[in-house]
Write a protein that binds this ligand. Sequence first.
Ligand SMILES: [Zn+2]
Length: 111
Amino acid sequence: MKSVLMDQQILAGIGNIFSDEILFQARINPAERINNLAPSQLKRLFLEMRAVLKTAIVRGAGSEQLVERMPRGSFLPERKKGGHCPRCRSLLKVFKVGGRTACCCPQCQGC
Ligand SMILES: [Zn+2]
C-alpha cells in the first residue's frame, strides 16, 4: 500500500511521512497489497487521505513546526523508533517496505 500511495504518477505529493499518517488513520497495513483491500477499506483510505491532506494544508505542511501543529490523535508526532500508538499506546513498528521506511501500529494496522 505504501508504495502505491507514494507513486508520484498516481498521486503527486504524498511523501513518506504523510503516507504513514494516512495508513494509520485508515488502519491499513503499509505492507498490504492494494488488490487485497476490501472496498470498504479503499473508501476509508480515500476519506482519510482527504482528511489528512486537508489538515496538513491548514496547519502548514512543509513548515518545520508541522508535527507540533498536528491535532490530537495524529500519528506524526509519534512516528519514530520507540514511539507509541496515539490510539492504543502499543509500541510502534518500524520496517522497510518498497525500499522506504514505514512506521505503523501492530495492534491497529496488523503490521
Ligand atoms: Zn494502535
